[in-house]
Design a protein around this ligand. Sequence first.
Ligand SMILES: *[C@@H]1O[C@H](CO)[C@@H](O)[C@H](O)[C@H]1NC(C)=O
Length: 136
Amino acid sequence: LSPLGLTILAFPSNQFGKQEPGQKHEILPALKYVRPGNGFVPNFMLFEKGDVNGQNEQPVFAFLKSACPPVGDSFGSVPGRLFWDPLKLNDIKWNFEKFLVGPDGKPVMRWHPTAQVSQVRAFLTNYLRNLSQRKQ
Ligand SMILES: *[C@@H]1O[C@H](CO)[C@@H](O)[C@H](O)[C@H]1NC(C)=O
């Protein structure tokens, strides 16, 4: 999607059900051969594994969360599967929560982990169209 000026950044975390237990050199091979497998190579920027919530959260997540309202008022029913402390209302709820940051560095939108791809795509399409119209 880079022709449209969109860059996707992905941040692996092991804080949700310990679903990313691999060492940093294991994450790309796991994507390629295990899940999703079939030779999958990300066409987005994949960062090192790190915390997105709690005392050791990465500064980028402290920033994003402070700039956007929470995506819900509950973590759902996930007993024993949230690996950070303290829990906060505005925390990332689970893997695949998404943020959109504008070209000016300001967060624009935040999506719940279960947001439909079609819903995210529709928003992005309108957003990018609006941006390109503003430039002309
Ligand atoms: C795009 O622009 C229209 C008209 O100003 C506005 O109503 C809409 O919310 C914008 N959509 C996005 C995703 O920015």
